[in-house]
Design a protein around this ligand. Structure first.
Ligand SMILES: [Zn+2]
Length: 285
């Protein structure tokens, strides 16, 4: 029993260290450093309205792979008029489905998949907030500010692209340091996880899926660090924006809207995104 106890305490130390709360050795000796790390972790959760049940709970969580976190999902666009930099709609699919409808549908599916993943990991708590749940528009800063007010770990904005009816591909966008991002590296790692997962899911349904990669060249108001609270709070929200595919391309419209596997493809993409977000929570906290 004592040997396995030590193993479990090592897991707890690793759990705390991976999340930046512990800098000591992973030795299974639960001393002062471990206690302090645990206290900081408990404070960190408390600030987010979450709690751990004591040392036993974190040891249990560590052993079970439980995770916790707050995720804001932002379905792009909505409503009709332009508000604070956010247009009511941008792209329209070849069959006439609006981007704003597809972003909300996918956001809801990601939320469902996140709750399924949390339910499958005993002790896990994932608090999911959507910036909108109906056909309404919000300004870009209002969307980002939900991440600040909920002290979110992750902010994910969902969009679909449109161009000339032929372009294809999946891309994930972040803001560069030069454009004011105070945590570009963390955002890039999140974005790469999400990008790889989405692409793999789309490829299962469509071999013509194309990787347009993670891009950082643009100023995206919705990822603005001031609105996300990143310049004020110590635990910075990691943020990226996905452009899932070009919906004005007829093969993409069939893949996601009109084809026989459209529902399954959307669920697979949502599952892949949810898994990437959970991976990011696991590594960071
Ligand atoms: Zn858009």
């Amino acid at each position: 029993m004592s040997a396995s106890n030590e193993e479990i305490k090592k897991l707890a130390q690793a759990y705390l260290r991976n999340r930046g709360f512990y800098s000591g050795d992973i030795d299974g000796l639960w001393g002062d450093l471990s206690n302090k790390a645990f206290a900081r972790y408990a404070d960190h959760l408390a600030q987010r309205g979450l709690e751990v049940g004591g040392e036993e709970q974190i040891v249990e969580d560590a052993a079970s792979g439980a995770i916790s976190g707050v995720i804001v999902i932002d379905p792009g666009h909505g409503g009709s008029g332009k508000i604070g930099g956010s247009s009511g709609n941008n792209a329209t699919s070849a069959s006439g489905v609006l981007e704003k409808t597809m972003t909300l549908d996918l956001a809801r599916r990601v939320e469902t998949q996140l709750q399924d993943l949390a339910n499958a990991m005993p002790g896990s708590r994932i608090d999911v907030h959507l910036t909108r749940s109906g056909d309404v528009n919000l300004s870009l800063s209002d969307r980002a500010q939900l991440a600040e007010s909920t002290k979110a770990d992750i902010f994910l904005s969902i969009h679909f692209n449109g161009f000339n009816g032929r372009a294809r591909g999946t891309e994930t966008l972040i803001i560069s340091t030069a454009n004011g991002n105070v945590n570009e590296q963390e955002d890039r790692e999140l974005a790469q996880r999400v990008q790889s997962a989405m692409l793999a899911a789309i490829r299962r349904f469509d071999p013509d899926a194309r990787d347009r990669g993670v891009k950082n060249g643009q100023k995206l108001g919705v990822l603005n660090d001031i609105s996300l609270g990143n310049t004020r709070i110590p635990n910075k929200t990691r943020a990226c924006l996905v452009e899932v595919e070009f919906i004005d391309s007829p093969p993409v419209d069939e893949l996601l809207n009109t084809g026989p596997n459209a529902q399954a493809a959307r669920d697979a993409i949502a599952r892949a995104i949810a898994e990437a977000l959970v991976d990011d929570l696991r590594v960071r906290r």
